[in-house]
Design a protein around this ligand. Structure first.
Ligand SMILES: NC(=O)C1=CN([C@@H]2O[C@H](COP(=O)(O)OP(=O)(O)OC[C@H]3O[C@@H](n4cnc5c(N)ncnc54)[C@H](O)[C@@H]3O)[C@@H](O)[C@H]2O)C=CC1
Ligand SMILES: O=C(O)CCC(=O)C(=O)O
Length: 448
């Protein structure tokens, strides 16, 4: 009787939840809920868009929807006033089929697990798109570093590094700079990891100071890559860089250097927006002067040789090329129809939502997606890692030549796939990258 009831209950569960016994194996952990809003939900939609193009490899696609490893850590530190503060830290290794995890560390007050999961996943796609031998990973601490003293920032960095030390390492997972982290932070990370393992391990992070095993050209690499693919995409759609009007959101490592290179190539950078202000000058902003101002004041706000405009007006700025280089989900269905540019080059990770992608495509705006456009940083990080292993350092000229060749090659490959299959550059890039990742997975079998 009991056996019969049990059988009945089991049967009901099976029929109400799913149709076969694999259902349990496929049930997603709550933090992977596809309905999840935010960046991870966007990544899942992007994977769904590419799946029909993956042929036999599509049987592995579920791998991409589940990060391999997620670590959430408590980061307690002594504040300068004697109190103890706790910050939440994350390191997510999305996929390691093609090599060790690789991706930056973000310090920002709004960092969430969903965001770090998506950023890690985009690293898997990006690293495969430019064919560097890495998987994808990313880290973050939910802290506003602008409110920390230098000592507090160092203590957060060192404690976070010790906590994630369990899973990082030169052949396991190699962090790098992202929003609000830089060479200084990388030096502390390298030193903390090295102290904990008992030897100097320069290869544990990239984006280090040159004098500590960093690479020439890494500081500029992401902005340089944005410029390289932006200029090449512009050429392909018949848009002349000399005289082109450029609008840039985010004026840090990526946006600042991209703006400088576009201006040096004769473009007019007409608008720049950062976290605290937005400036406009129809004749073109003096970028070296704006960079100096932002360095001194922490923002473009208050720059005298320009008109200060309301933040939201940035999206209406008449321009030919738009470079989002700040945070995710900036170009949405709410503003995509207002953008006047013919070309968008994504310096930031995840700046455009899938519904905005569709609007832009319908309007004939070309989007060079993050997973190609901003891959210059990780490409030179790869060079740095190789140089650290061999203790043999290359000239900046050699680095920039190799970077340019890889960026142009990657754009060319995805352009061809987009043409052949009639898809956007983003979907084309996901096709190329997912094929590489899933083929590696297929060849290796279940472990990675
Ligand atoms: N640093 C790197 O090598 C790489 C960075 N990226 C991506 O590029 C983007 C920017 O990163 P970084 O330049 O490194 O960071 P950063 O910390 O050097 O600069 C960030 C810039 O964004 C601005 N910003 C922040 N919040 C904003 C908001 N709500 N509205 C407008 N502007 C805002 C800041 O004021 C600052 O100018 C991020 O999406 C990052 O993931 C992508 C590839 C590599
Ligand atoms: O240089 C790296 O390893 C990664 C940089 C990064 O975080 C990114 O490309 O988004």
């Amino acid at each position: 009787m009991l056996h019969a009831m049990f059988h009945h209950v089991m049967h009901d569960m099976a029929s109400s939840h799913a149709t076969d016994s694999l259902a349990t194996a496929h049930a997603l952990p709550s933090y992977l809920d596809p309905q999840h809003l935010g960046p991870w939900g966007i990544f899942l939609q992007q994977v769904d868009r590419v799946t029909p193009y993956l042929g036999n490899l599509a049987r592995w696609v579920e791998t991409l929807k589940r990060p391999k490893r997620i670590l959430v850590v408590d980061v307690p530190i002594h504040m300068d006033d004697g109190t103890v503060a706790h910050f939440e830290g994350y390191r997510v290794q999305h996929n390691t089929s093609r090599g060790p995890g690789k991706g930056g560390v973000r310090f920002h007050q709004d960092v969430t697990l969903s965001e770090v999961m998506a950023l890690a996943a985009w690293m898997s796609i990006k690293n495969a798109a430019v064919n560097v031998p890495f998987g994808g990973a990313k880290g973050g601490v939910r802290v506003d570093p602008k409110r920390l003293s230098m000592g507090e920032l160092e203590r957060v960095t060192r404690r976070y590094t010790s906590e994630i030390g369990l899973i990082i390492g030169p052949t396991k997972d190699i962090p790098a700079p992202d929003v609000n982290t830089n060479e200084r932070v990388m030096a502390w990370m390298m030193d903390t990891y090295s102290m904990n393992v008992g030897e100097t391990a320069t290869g544990v992070v990239t984006g280090k100071p040159i004098s500590l095993g960093g690479s020439l050209g890494r500081h500029e690499a992401t902005g340089r890559g944005v410029f390289t693919v932006g200029a090449e995409a512009a050429r392909r759609i018949g848009l002349e860089i000399a005289g082109a009007r450029v609008a840039v959101q985010g004026f840090g490592n990526v946006g600042g250097i991209a703006a400088k290179l576009f201006a040096e190539a004769g473009a007019r950078v007409v608008a720049v927006q950062d976290h605290a202000g937005c400036v406009y000058r129809e004749a073109g902003l003096d970028i070296p002067a704006l960079l100096a101002h932002a360095k001194q004041h922490g923002s473009v706000a208050g720059f005298a040789a320009a008109e200060a405009i309301e933040r939201d007006r940035f999206w209406d700025t008449p321009c030919d090329i738009l470079i989002p280089a700040a945070l995710e989900q900036q170009i949405t269905a709410a503003n995509a129809h207002r953008i006047g540019a013919r070309l968008i080059v994504e310096g930031a990770n995840g700046p455009t939502t899938p519904d905005a992608d569709d609007i832009l495509r319908d309007r004939g705006v070309l989007v060079v997606p993050d997973v190609v456009a901003n891959a210059g940083g990780v490409t030179v990080s790869y060079f740095e890692w190789v140089q650290d292993f061999s203790s043999f350092f290359w000239s900046e000229e050699e680095i920039n030549q190799r970077l340019t060749a890889i960026m142009r090659g990657a754009l060319d490959a995805v352009w061809q796939v987009a043409d052949d299959k009639g898809v956007s550059l983003r979907t084309a890039t996901f096709i190329v990258a997912c094929e590489r990742i899933l083929r590696a997975r297929d060849l290796r079998g279940l472990y990675p």
